[in-house]
Design a protein around this ligand. Structure first.
Ligand code: MLT
Length: 208
């Protein structure tokens, strides 16, 4: 798929606001996270692509062999394609000078984290809900000193096990990223109590 043919939604939002790159979870669409956008960054713009991989009719961001067992070669490839799309869209929509914050849920959080780990010049600020380490077995060599990540996870999430959450935080930090960890009780999902903290994090990472 060429970048310009990638199904997506875009809204420029108000001048001077950040643009949120919204990445839905497995089985979702580009519409899923729109209700969150206004809650997380009122008036902000958004860029919401659709996951390009199909799994039994469900949209995803990369292939997997089973629950939590990722096709890491495909993760790497798809992260590169997403980075290419984001570069294209920032130029195409004239938003290259606006702060970009990537907000991902579940499979969308995992591709957000993979893209941040592999393409830090494209995805530098990430709010990851129910994400985990997406690049098992790979060594990360990028300089992530300009990268900031907020992780939001449930302590008993069987789909994003806490040891993998700890690992992604440690790897990000070992490469120089700033990491904020938010762990609540419960499992997979976006919890209402996480909204205020995520919104405050976005303000503090995009204020001029
Ligand atoms: C993934 O495949 O990215 C995670 O297991 C979460 C999900 O099921 O989407």
């Amino acid at each position: 798929m060429t970048t310009s043919a990638w199904p997506h939604l875009f809204d420029a939002g108000a001048a001077g606001t950040p643009v949120l790159l919204l990445l839905h979870g497995t089985g979702g669409t580009e519409h899923d996270l729109l209700p969150l956008a206004d809650r997380l960054a009122p008036g902000a713009g958004y860029l919401a692509p659709r996951g390009p991989v199909q799994e039994h009719g469900m949209n995803r961001w990369f292939r997997r062999f089973g629950e939590g067992v990722f096709d890491v070669d495909d993760v790497v490839r798809r992260a590169g394609e997403l980075a290419g799309f984001v570069d294209w869209a920032r130029e195409h929509y004239g938003i290259a000078d606006r702060p970009l914050v990537t907000v991902g849920f579940s499979n969308g959080a995992n591709i957000a984290l993979a893209t941040a780990l592999l393409h830090p010049g494209v995805v530098a600020n990430v709010v990851a809900f129910s994400g985990m380490y997406p690049l098992e077995g790979r060594t990360i060599e990028a300089d992530l000193s300009g990268t900031s990540i907020a992780l939001f996870n449930g302590r008993s999430d069987a789909m994003a096990p806490i040891d993998s959450v700890v690992r992604v935080g440690s790897i990000l930090e070992s490469r120089g990223a700033e990491v904020e960890r938010n762990v609540r009780e419960g499992g997979h999902g976006i919890h209402p109590t996480e909204m205020d903290r995520a919104a405050a994090w976005i303000v503090s990472h995009t204020a001029a």
